[in-house]
Design a protein around this ligand. Structure first.
Ligand SMILES: Cc1cc2nc3c(=O)[nH]c(=O)nc-3n(C[C@H](O)[C@H](O)[C@H](O)COP(=O)(O)OP(=O)(O)OC[C@H]3O[C@@H](n4cnc5c(N)ncnc54)[C@H](O)[C@@H]3O)c2cc1C
Length: 409
């Protein structure tokens, strides 16, 4: 039986960020991940999906020492965001200059983040990667937690972290309940080329069937996230290129001219999920395993990275005070810190999705007025954008831009 302080189940971005934040401070971590590590990660410019990464997430990556590797792998800063309603003339424009910042965030392909985190985890002596491997048995009822992997390895630890994604086999195995809602929508993602330059701007048009985002990337292409009723998403997935380009151009009101080329398409079915609790004695859930939200504001991974940073801070503080890192008392601090914020974001995304999906003329008028009002009131707009960038709120040390962070190199 190999003993660790923490077992992290799931080596995606949230699991590896948790592991690196702990491992960098000497906490012994085992990471169990079924997907093998790619020998050579796919270069940027090929993935149909990009993540809009906030300044808080950037700060977490900087503190972990991987931001330069991410920049080298491909990260594109965007300066503006334009949001408008297809059902009226309400619009809002966010400009990084309004809040005295050089950019609003970065567009980064998932595999670029994954490769930088894997490299960092492999370089830390305190981290052992069990990959590819899966947990076949786990017992959290006694101290320490014990786990058996499908390669026959036996592990024990004081705490197990479930960061194994929205379908979390660990959450299921431990019978932690969830509240779920099927949006009956799918998000179609693809890389597309437009007639006109994207102007380093993230564009989003709200349509009755769901929002359509054009996210700018370094090579001049855009990565689209087109949320549609589930059936229409499948039709668009299977449409031939000319029909797809025309339908997409119309949906986007030809804001950047015609669509002239596109790459492979993928559809992600959308659901909202919130675990009934994030922690139990010796167990913590993080990232999509704890909460999955509508992608309309591109916040999912950013929330998960904040979970990872808070969980690491709570565990490190407990360890420093020689407390049991798996005790419910310690772990509840993590849940109290993160659950409310995640719930708030979830409720806001739901509200937007419902508000803009409604075609009632009176409501349409009110929301258009609301958008225009918000655009005109600078302090309200600045507050909104600071929250969306992750520059406001109760941030953990890893995500703060100050010198008191224990991680500042
Ligand atoms: C269309 C779309 C667009 C999005 N755009 C954005 C965006 O712009 N910005 C943003 O912030 N978020 C975005 N998101 C959300 C984002 O994709 C997720 O929130 C994020 O990937 C969750 O990370 P995670 O590490 O928690 O889970 P995952 O990335 O799902 O990682 C889970 C890991 O667990 C592993 N695993 C699975 N089963 C097991 C097992 N049995 N044992 C061990 N490990 C296991 C998996 O292999 C995987 O590596 C988007 C989502 C969608 C659907």
């Amino acid at each position: 039986m190999n003993h660790f302080d923490v077992i992290v189940v799931g080596g995606g971005s949230v699991g590896l960020t948790t592991a690196c934040a702990l491992g960098a401070q000497g906490v012994r971590v085992a990471v169990v991940e079924p997907r093998p590590i790619a020998a050579a990660p796919v270069a940027a410019g090929h993935n149909p999906r990009v993540f809009a990464i906030t300044r808080a997430s950037q700060q977490i990556f900087t503190a972990l020492g991987i931001w330069d590797a991410i920049l080298a792998g491909g990260a594109y800063p965007f300066r503006d965001m334009r949001v408008w309603d297809a059902g009226g003339d309400g619009a809002i424009h966010f400009d990084c200059a309004d809040i005295g910042e050089p950019y609003l965030g970065h567009m980064i392909e998932p595999q670029v983040i994954q490769a930088a985190l894997q490299q960092r985890a492999q370089s830390l002596a305190a981290i052992t990667l069990f990959c590819p491997a899966r947990v076949t048995e786990i017992d959290v009822t006694r101290e320490p937690v014990t786990a058996t992997l499908d390669d026959g390895s036996g592990l024990s630890a004081d705490l197990v972290v479930g960061a194994d994604g929205v379908h979390s086999p660990l959450r299921e195995r431990l019978e932690i309940g969830t509240r779920t809602h099927d949006y009956r929508q799918g998000s179609l993602v693809a890389r597309v080329l437009t007639e006109q330059d994207h102007q380093a701007t993230a564009w989003q048009r709200f349509l009755p069937g769901g929002p359509l985002a054009f996210l700018p990337t370094a090579d001049g292409w855009c990565s689209i996230v087109w949320t549609l009723p589930a059936e229409t998403a499948q039709q668009m997935l299977n449409a031939d290129k000319p029909a797809f380009h025309e339908a997409l151009g119309v949906a986007f009101d030809f804001r950047l001219g015609k669509i002239t080329d596109s790459g492979p398409r993928e559809v992600f079915p959308l659901q909202r999920l919130h675990a009934e609790h994030y922690v139990e004695e010796r167990v913590a859930l993080a990232g999509d395993a704890a909460h999955a939200i509508h992608p309309l504001a591109g916040q999912g991974i950013n929330l998960g990275l904040l979970d990872a940073a808070v969980l690491a801070e709570v565990v490190l503080t407990a360890r420093e005070r020689q407390k049991n890192i798996g005790s419910l008392h310690v772990l509840r601090r993590y849940e109290r810190w993160r659950r409310g914020d995640n719930q708030l974001m979830m409720t806001a995304m739901d509200g937007f999705n419902r508000l803009f999906g409604n075609t009632q003329p009176a409501l349409r008028q009110v929301r258009n007025l609301g958008l225009s009002l918000m655009d005109a009131v600078s302090p309200a707009k600045a507050l909104l954008v600071r929250h969306a960038m992750g520059l406001a709120g109760d941030l953990p040390a890893l995500a703060r831009r100050d010198t008191t962070s224990p991680y500042t190199e």
